[in-house]
Write a protein that binds this ligand. Sequence first.
Ligand code: SF4
Length: 615
Amino acid sequence: MGWTRKILRVNLTKGTCTAEPLNMQWAQEYLGQRGLATKYFVEEVDPKVDPLSPDNKMIMATGPLTGTPASTGGRYSVITKGALTGAIACSNSGGYFGAEMKFAGWDMVIFEGKSPKPVYLSIEDDKVELRDAAHLWGQTVWATEEIIKKTHQDPQVRVCSIGRAGENGVLYACIVNDLHRAAGRSGVGTVMGSKNLKAVAIRGTKGAAGIKDGKAFMKAAAAAKKVLADNAVTGQGLPTYGTQVLMNVINEMGALPTRNHRDVQFEDARKISAEAMNEKRPSDGKSHLVTNAACFGCTIACGRISKIDEKHFSVVNKPQYWGASGGLEYEAAWALGAANGVGDLEALQYANLICNEDGYDPISFGATVGAAMELYDLGILTSKQIGMDAPFGSAAALVKLAEMTAKGEGFGKELGLGSARLCEKYGRPELSMGVKKQEFPAYDARGIQGMGLAYATSNRGACHLRGYTVASEVLGIPVKTDPLVTEGKADLVKAFQDATSVFDSAGVCVFTTFAWTLADLQPQLDAACEGDWTMEKLAVVGERIWNMERLFNNAAGFTAKDDDLPIRLKTEPAKTGPAKGLVSGLDKMKPEYYKARGWDDKGVPSKETLARLGL
Ligand code: SF4
């Protein structure tokens, strides 16, 4: 539907909700969702703002393809200054919430200030109000959604909310919608909690409208869907196995970070793989996986719906966890599993359910447990401090620590601050495996060299979704590159980062890029959106968005020093697998990358670059 041309501004301090016209010039320059909301954000917020102060703002934004028949067109993003990182944050989620925002007639909602008491925002088309949320405060995500649906007497109302993690100051709290879809990284849920905003409930009845050329759009969308269906990854691999299909692949490559990146291969990888999800459990003869699932309008359907073994120690006498629910995805399975040396699939699923139920990022949580287990292994943390024995591989510790983090109890309070602050506190900052205080996802920078550069230069801290060179280095999409070399990776990372900025701003899922290039997205955008959306224009938009985010981070105090990896990855060679003997070649790639970007050697965009991009 292109843009609705309407945004909602909610001042939580004053309790006001105001409609404003969308700035259409900015829409032409920044497209939507990630790009356009970040433009609003950087224009309105001081880069030095404390992420948890009322002066920080938080924007929930759709893209021009959100709510349309474009495949995967159900996405929305949350843009703010990240609680975990202090950098620009943009966390993207699927499910049905984003499309509902569009159906209600809003391109984005800007939240500012801080409510004096807990509230939630109710949107029914143009009827918008802040409602008391005293009865919701202290509730989990799952309970909150249920209560709101009952209150509204409408099972189709779409809800996003924070759980107890976002209330209790877990610095990597998520915003969860549709029970198990999350704007997951960088602590956007923590920012929401700091504003006393518990949830947003949306019901939209306006449907899709406003597409520039309906006929051309349907033709372009159908052609692009065929590309997804015909592609082996998006047409077969992801629907059948989900993202977890990568577990064995990445392990064999020697790029599966294990035990806080001490190792690059996990001996129990198979036990936590997609293949294991499909096998019958010896305990009850049932398979873990129940079915696959799709977000709004998605023809890939990578989502997993699973059932936990009712006799597993984590859920004995807890029937509320016996039903079918979301998970596992690759990143969560890795972070809760290999990162800690835990090979118990049911324990991973349970910890993942707790992350969904109480709204916190399983990647940062799992990796922080990994750091804690290393501190325990080194004798720096004791059983008494943690409240239990916590050696690598302990499923019991993982399960208990997940519960404690959700409730903000005991050592869970320390885990909730993330690995950087934890390792700093105990005198070993170098053992935090992340960038800009955000923990790595599931690819080791020694075995996939391009990912090391992508992590180090990611604008939101370590992240696989800002420049997923795994597509090229592992899967050969769009062309195969050698994962073990640094040559050519600067240009590759830049190309992935700029293209991803466009996909994240369009309203579609980045997993389409396993099959689509910008050339598949462009005809859909050009038919949907006012103006001429050429390939050349999209290329500039992507680069402009990346540089805009960089300028914000630079002004917030980040420098070239922060574009770095933990010393372990640069000095401790991979012990096994194809990357055996290798360390990350970041120090060689970084200057090449700055040059490719048109930045100086301090990582600052040159005047010429800014002028070229209209910044
Ligand atoms: S590919 Fe997966 S995450 Fe992306 S929209 Fe489809 S189901 Fe959702």
